[in-house]
Design a protein around this ligand. Structure first.
Ligand code: UT7
Length: 318
């Protein structure tokens, strides 16, 4: 991936928010209707419960509004809305148009579909817009996977859920937060994870697992190299929340201890485009991130996409 040109205007995150589907579904709830068990789901995935409900627009509006409020930014000041989603509410128009109107934004709005890597793709896009003159960009990652999950298929029903996470990015003339980035895709692997229009998610779980670890690590290493830092310097890794075992394997290969990983999948399941921002927002709310800390966002998903970004919290001085 290209390095960020010196002198490109940077950005910092100034507000954040999240939203979850209103109904909680526990493993026990699933075990009542599927040939599965609480023990199997915990051992093989790390998930205890997930949240379902709401539309992609309604969850995005909730998380986006919280992020704007926290940043103290009036909706009319936002120059662009980038919404990462794999589950738009309609084919046309983009769900970002509905969200733009509901939040009172007066700017361009577009959806990005890069599956579970979508939020990182959206963040990188947003930094590009800021480098090109935008001053404030709202970035949201939302998915309502419950709507495209076959609830009789135990291979997928135990994993997927609904949620949203949002951040406000503001131009910074004193330092850049994004130090290195990478985006990747391999369309030849699309057969392992897909949903036809109007259909449910189909997945070859084992093959996705195998590839996931490799492409996450590969992408993360490219971003770290571009940022000029080592994995040891990271304070926090914010991985896609698909399966605790995928996160463990990726962290091990990167040489990052698990206590540096942001984890919310126990309580939210796999929310695709929302997964990384939900984990990021949780860490920020818990005060896990301090000025100057190095963060790695890293995801993988259908496509098969991968994306990563190394951020320095508050922006680097250089
Ligand atoms: O956002 C990206 C989306 N996808 C992913 O990240 C998924 C990546 N893959 C995974 O997370 C894992 O492959 C799964 C969690 C989907 C499955 O775990 P696994 O350890 O790879 O299990 P498996 O597919 O090898 O299945 C092992 C056994 C099989 O039974 P047999 O053949 O050994 O008798 C399955 O039929 O577990 C059975 N099984 C289940 N048993 C109870 C599969 N799903 C379930 C289930 N409950 N829900």
């Amino acid at each position: 991936m290209p390095n960020i040109p010196s002198g490109a205007r940077g950005a910092v995150i100034t507000g954040w928010g999240s939203a979850l589907g209103e109904n909680t579904v526990t493993n026990e709830d699933l075990a009542r209707v599927l040939d599965t068990s609480n023990e199997w789901i915990i051992e093989r995935t790390g998930i205890l419960e997930r949240h379902v409900g709401g539309s992609t627009a309604s969850l995005s509006i909730e998380s986006g509004r919280k992020a704007l409020q926290m940043a103290g930014v009036d909706p009319t000041e936002i120059d662009a809305l980038v919404l990462a989603t794999t589950t738009p509410d309609r084919s046309v128009p983009a769900t970002s148009a509905t969200v733009q109107n509901a939040l009172g934004l007066k700017c361009g709005a577009f959806d990005v579909n890069a599956a579970c890597s979508g939020f990182v793709y959206a963040m990188i896009n947003a930094h590009g817009l800021i480098a090109m003159g935008a001053r404030k960009v709202l970035v949201i990652g939302t998915d309502t996977l419950a709507r495209i999950t076959d609830w009789t298929d135990r291979n997928t029903a135990v994993l997927f859920a609904d949620g949203s996470g949002a951040v406000v990015l503001e131009a910074s003339d004193t330092g850049s937060q994004l130090l290195g980035w990478d985006i990747d895709a391999d369309g030849s692997a699309e057969k392992y994870l897909y949903a036809e229009l109007g259909g449910n998610i189909k997945m070859e779980g084992k093959e996705v697992f195998r590839r996931a670890v490799r492409i996450m690590v590969d992408s993360a290493q490219k971003s770290l190299a571009a940022a000029g830092i080592t994995a040891e310097q990271l304070t926090l890794v914010v991985p896609h929340q698909a399966n605790i075992r995928i996160i463990q394997a990726a962290c091990e290969r990167l040489g990052v201890p698990m206590d540096k990983a942001a984890l919310v999948l126990q309580h939210v399941g796999n929310t695709s485009s929302a997964s990384i921002p939900l984990a990021l927002v949780d860490s920020l709310d818990r005060g896990r991130v301090k000025q100057g800390d190095y963060l790695l966002l890293v995801g993988f998903g259908a496509g098969m996409t991968a994306a990563s970004a190394v951020l320095q919290w508050g922006g680097s001085a250089s």
